[in-house]
Ligand binder design. Structure first.
Ligand SMILES: Nc1ncnc2c1ncn2[C@@H]1O[C@H](COP(=O)(O)OP(=O)(O)OP(=O)(O)O)[C@@H](O)[C@H]1O
Ligand SMILES: Nc1nc2c(ncn2[C@@H]2O[C@H](COP(=O)(O)O)[C@@H](O)[C@H]2O)c(=O)[nH]1
Length: 206
């Protein structure tokens, strides 16, 4: 199905900075809307239901899976996370651009279902910096940080399957790269739609 809005998917190992980059992009570009995922993990710190995530029970999550309620879902760091089908299809159907912050397994599922989706992978500049960002963030217990670093190796091996890879060393540089990808996709999509409309017109197809 062809939707008028664009779908952007941002994945990265935990701590690489994807939430910070997406937040900054949303502040600069009011046409891009965030997606709020469902998760079975408990809230951290100041997180609120419906803002960072919809925090759901295992049973609620099972029911959404059974009802085909997710465009993608995956086990990540021992919990389940998923993106609501209804919310995404409604918004891109109305012409909004939606950005998903999800893991690589989910990103691959999105590309299968939405071939026009643009997949962006964020890499940290080094392992030392990734560890230090997770530690400085101060939101995860040491054993959780170790698990996230272990999973990071598996996740980073998937980077080459993405359309774009951005290295988040200098934050402003990485943000500029992400903005460029978003704008380029809009221009490309608009040009494709115009070319198709022109062809239809010249062939007298309504
Ligand atoms: N370019 C950067 N330089 C230095 N610190 C950064 C940079 N980008 C992000 N950070 C910091 O690194 C930490 C991790 O960033 P963030 O929470 O955005 O990561 P994430 O990839 O979204 O992680 P998760 O998947 O666990 O949510 C935060 O404290 C953030 O302020
Ligand atoms: N496949 C999906 N992955 C998701 C989704 N929402 C978030 N995530 C990823 O989970 C990890 C951990 O997130 P955290 O908030 O617990 O630190 C991170 O890589 C997210 O990108 C989703 O809907 N689907």
């Amino acid at each position: 199905m062809d939707y008028p809005g664009n779908l952007f998917v941002v994945a990265a190992p935990s701590g690489a900075g994807k939430s910070s980059l997406v937040k900054a992009l949303l502040e600069l570009d009011s046409h891009v809307q965030p997606s709020v995922s469902h998760t079975t993990r408990p809230p951290r710190g100041q997180e609120r239901h419906g803002r960072e995530y919809f925090f759901t029970s295992e049973q609620e999550f099972d029911a959404m899976v059974a009802g085909n309620g997710f465009i993608e879902w995956a086990h990540v760091h021992g919990r389940r996370y998923g993106t609501s089908r209804k919310s995404i299809e409604e918004r891109i159907g109305q012409g909004a651009d939606v950005i998903l912050e999800i893991d690589f397994q989910g990103a691959m599922q999105v590309k299968e279902a939405f071939s026009n989706a643009v997949l962006i992978f964020i890499l940290p500049p080094s392992w030392e910096e990734l560890r230090s960002r997770l530690e400085r963030r101060g939101e995860d217990a040491p054993d959780v940080i170790e698990l996230r670093l272990k999973n990071a190796a598996i996740e980073m091996a998937q980077a080459e399957k993405f359309d774009f890879v951005i290295i988040n060393e200098l934050f402003e540089r990485a943000l500029f790269d992400m903005k460029t990808v978003v704008h380029a996709q809009r221009l490309k999509y608009a040009a494709q739609r115009r070319a198709r409309a022109d062809t239809f017109e010249s062939l007298n197809i309504v």
